[in-house]
Design a protein around this ligand. Structure first.
Ligand SMILES: [Zn+2]
Length: 138
């Protein structure tokens, strides 16, 4: 499916962050790393889009947390919604699927960092599981 002209919109819980993104969206991955589990309170599902394709209608609540040497996480400082994961210098940004408005037309496609998953649930949807990142060295 050609996703080049797909348009998605998203927002935080209180509306202090609202955005649209138009472009090609990456495969939806479910991340089970300990950072995502803490940040979302659950595994985190993400798609990705070019940073320059993201347009904010409201970013008054947008704040960033430097979560590692190589990445930062965007969230709403007013309501706490988890929104973005951004690798320093990368052209693409990861969008948390949970903040997107329906219909997204997207489906989860793979699980990553499953070696770090919580011990309170099973992954039983048959999608491919990568013990670490699905891109070597990332
Ligand atoms: Zn908010």
């Amino acid at each position: 499916m050609d996703e080049r002209d797909k348009m998605l919109s998203g927002a935080c819980l209180c509306g202090a962050v609202r955005f649209t993104a138009k472009g090609r969206f990456g495969a939806v991955s479910v991340c089970h790393c300990a950072q995502c589990r803490r940040w979302h309170g659950a595994p985190g599902s993400y798609t990705s889009v070019r940073r320059d394709r993201l347009v904010f209608q409201n970013e008054s609540g947008l704040a960033w947390y430097r979560s590692s040497d190589r990445a930062r996480r965007g969230f709403c400082r007013d309501c706490g919604t988890s929104l973005f994961w951004e690798e320093t210098g990368a052209p693409h940004l990861a969008l948390a699927m949970g903040c997107l408005d329906r219909p997204t037309g997207l489906r989860e496609q793979l699980h990553i960092f499953t070696a770090h998953k919580g011990d309170y649930y099973d992954i039983a949807d048959g999608l491919h599981q990568w013990p670490e990142s699905h891109t070597a060295g990332a």
